[in-house]
Design a binder for this molecule. Structure first.
Ligand code: ADP
Ligand code: ADP
Length: 215
């Protein structure tokens, strides 16, 4: 099963994707994670993407679709893939159709996480992750059970993303509204969009997504 998690920054895509990986053995394909890894490693793609990402603008369609294509070939996505943060433009949506088609696969669901933009600024500026295993946390909604210690791996180091500041978030929201939300009609026409209330608690959102996948 191949699914897209679609929603603005902070909608909960990464949180839900990580859960689906744990519970269903699906593979998470996050272009944001791939790009951050490229920036960290200082690859040519990373060098090109760094400033664009910090500003909250979109990296080129050619770069992200190439990253997804490479990953589809190299990972064992037999249990299905979760596209997290991709596609973000009409050109990317069409590229993904081709990539799946070439591999004899298809898209099963586009799960739209519907959220209120103002709440997202609060979610994003409070977001942090374990520097060692990547577990996601939040200043107000999900603190580690023991202060300063990762619940999953016990690490004491945490990090925040360079682009998780209010100014970049506003730009990212505008990019979502202007370029990503307009791809919904494309998927609506295919009858694959399932809308989930992303403002509910993590548990409730999880349940709603499970209902879609198990239907
Ligand atoms: P969020 O989880 O906040 O939605 P991501 O981690 O998905 O953010 O993406 C971070 C940044 O990486 C984006 O603001 C953008 O600059 C770049 N990026 C990630 N995925 C894409 C994509 N599919 N197309 C263009 N740019 C992307
Ligand atoms: P995205 O990948 O869409 O940018 P994340 O999954 O990283 O979003 O979530 C953004 C922040 O909000 C994280 O700190 C996460 O712990 C928190 N979060 C995710 N889902 C919810 C939810 N349903 N309610 C409250 N906080 C949430």
């Amino acid at each position: 099963m191949n699914i897209i998690l679609l929603g603005p920054p902070g909608a909960g895509k990464g949180t839900q994707a990580a859960r689906l990986v744990d519970e269903r053995g699906m593979v998470q394909l996050s272009t944001g994670d791939m790009l951050r890894a490229a920036v960290k490693a200082g690859t040519p793609v990373g060098l090109q993407a760094k400033a664009v990402m910090e500003a909250g603008e979109l990296v080129s369609d050619a770069i992200v679709s190439a990253l997804i294509g490479e990953r589809l070939d190299s990972t064992d996505a037999q249990g299905g893939a979760i596209f997290d943060g991709y596609p973000r433009t009409q050109a990317q949506a069409e590229a993904l159709d081709r990539l799946l088609d070439e591999r004899g696969q298809k898209l099963d669901h586009v799960i739209e996480l519907a959220v209120d933009e103002e709440a997202l600024v609060d979610r994003i500026t409070g977001r942090f992750t374990c520097a060692s295993c990547g577990e996601g946390y939040h200043d107000r909604y999900k603190q580690p059970l023991k202060a300063g210690t990762c619940d999953v791996c016990g690490s004491h180091e945490f990090k925040r993303r360079a682009d998780d500041n209010e100014e970049s978030v506003r730009t990212r929201m505008a990019e979502y509204r202007g370029k990503t939300a307009p791809i919904l009609p494309y998927y609506d026409a295919k009858g694959v969009v399932r809308r989930v209330d992303g403002m509910a608690s993590v548990e409730t959102v999880s349940k709603a997504i499970d209902e879609v996948l198990d239907a």
